[in-house]
Write a protein that binds this ligand. Structure first.
Ligand SMILES: Cc1cc2nc3c(=O)[nH]c(=O)nc-3n(C[C@H](O)[C@H](O)[C@H](O)COP(=O)(O)OP(=O)(O)OC[C@H]3O[C@@H](n4cnc5c(N)ncnc54)[C@H](O)[C@@H]3O)c2cc1C
Ligand code: SF4
Length: 345
């Protein structure tokens, strides 16, 4: 690991000023992503500003919804009674990720900002435009089994690995940030960006911007998260799906669906959401929505399996969220989120 400087911040303003004034500086919270990448020589920040001491560790009522401080641990958010009861997709997504020990360290601000698990990004011997712009993309013609089927570019075909981010995108969460230019609110679906020709930029945050909270808006519908992975536990999503349904009597008033493991950002499917609105839930309708959702997918050489897997997962997520099919475990728990591992192709 390269030498670097380390500072502990005591106020958000101090943290922002410290990162904004030093080129190559970065925040660190739980460190479960940032420190791994430094040890692997993928990231070499000149200065780490530790935001874990900041007073951003509360979950509170906010405008009819919930405000999750950026420093709240993934465990604390996942088992919070209001999160489990009102936003089960968030608890399910968190509990489907990593391990208990990692979730105890990981923060609500750091989780959506973790970097891709593309194996070429994490191997400094390989060309990678995200790690070193201009060197090329080893995955494009390499082993691209876990890579994107939507929104990729010739510069990068990576996917975003966060489970939590997929649930937050489906729930239209909002991200509060404070930075060198002041404070602002970002709609969660706008936090991450597509790679285009600048895949080194994962998000729309500017240098020095600090996430202070993730806000879950008021929501009275049902939400649910499902994840398919190689192993039934402790593995990243091959494909995942979060659904948020608001009903009007027996009809769907509003549906929001986000897919994970398929793009550089959580992938909302507006055409499928529009098809579902105003209709009575049925398997036929849900199957039609999955066809619409995946109509524009562009698989790479090794990942066409994600189309069938993704359609099947989205169908099951819609059936279970609507109540047409029972959940596999209590809502808001890891049992409801798991569909087991596929153990190979
Ligand atoms: C073995 C292993 C398995 C895992 N499995 C999964 C999984 O299945 N699903 C899943 O979703 N995740 C998984 N993870 C990833 C894990 O969830 C993330 O590493 C963790 O959530 C990151 O949070 P952190 O607080 O540790 O972030 P850090 O590592 O401290 O930081 C991550 C990034 O966020 C930035 N950052 C941190 N806080 C802020 C803030 N408040 N404002 C602005 N920037 C900030 C940092 O600068 C850094 O770029 C796994 C990790 C490991 C090591
Ligand atoms: S897919 Fe993206 S992260 Fe992976 S090697 Fe290509 S440029 Fe790098």
């Amino acid at each position: 690991m390269y030498p670097f400087q380390y500072q502990r911040a005591t106020t958000p303003e101090q943290a922002v000023a410290a990162v904004a004034k030093v080129s190559g500086a970065a925040f660190v919270a739980g460190g479960t992503s940032q420190l791994d990448l430094m040890k692997e020589d993928v990231l070499r920040p000149s200065l780490l500003v530790d935001v874990s001491p900041l007073p951003l560790k509360t979950i509170s009522a906010f405008e009819g919804g919930l405000r999750l401080g950026a420093g709240v641990s993934n465990t604390a958010a996942a088992i919070h009674p209001e999160v489990q009861a009102r936003y089960p997709a968030v608890s399910e997504a968190l509990l489907a990720g990593a391990s208990t020990q990692i979730r105890n360290m990981a923060s609500m601000g750091g989780n959506p900002l973790q970097r891709t698990r593309c194996p070429y990004f994490r191997d400094p011997a390989q060309p990678c435009n995200k790690r070193e712009p201009g060197t090329g993309c080893a995955a494009l013609k390499g082993l691209n089994r876990v890579h994107a089927i939507f929104g990729a570019s010739t510069a990068c075909v990576a996917t975003h690995p966060s489970d939590l981010a997929v649930a937050l995108a489906a729930l239209d969460a909002q991200v509060q940030v404070t930075g060198p230019g002041g404070t602002r609110t970002i709609a969660f679906p706008d936090l991450h960006r597509l790679p285009g020709d600048t895949p080194q930029q994962d998000t729309t945050l500017v240098p020095g911007e600090l996430i202070t909270s993730i806000d879950l808006p008021s929501f009275t519908g049902r939400s649910h998260y499902l994840k398919v992975r190689e192993r039934a536990s402790y593995a990243f999503a091959l494909v995942s799906c979060a659904v948020a349904l608001e009903m009007d009597g027996k009809k769907i008033r509003r549906a929001r669906v986000a897919l994970g493991g398929v793009a550089h950002k959580p992938w909302r499917v507006p055409a499928a959401e529009a098809l579902l609105a105003g209709k009575k839930p049925s398997e036929k309708l849900f199957r039609a929505a999955t066809e619409v959702a995946f109509a524009d997918a562009k698989p790479l050489e090794h990942n066409a399996y994600k189309l069938t897997m993704g359609r099947n997962l989205m169908l099951r997520a819609l059936l279970e969220t609507s109540g047409l099919q029972p959940l596999q475990g209590p809502a808001g728990t890891a049992f409801a989120a798991s569909v087991g591992g596929v153990g190979g192709e």
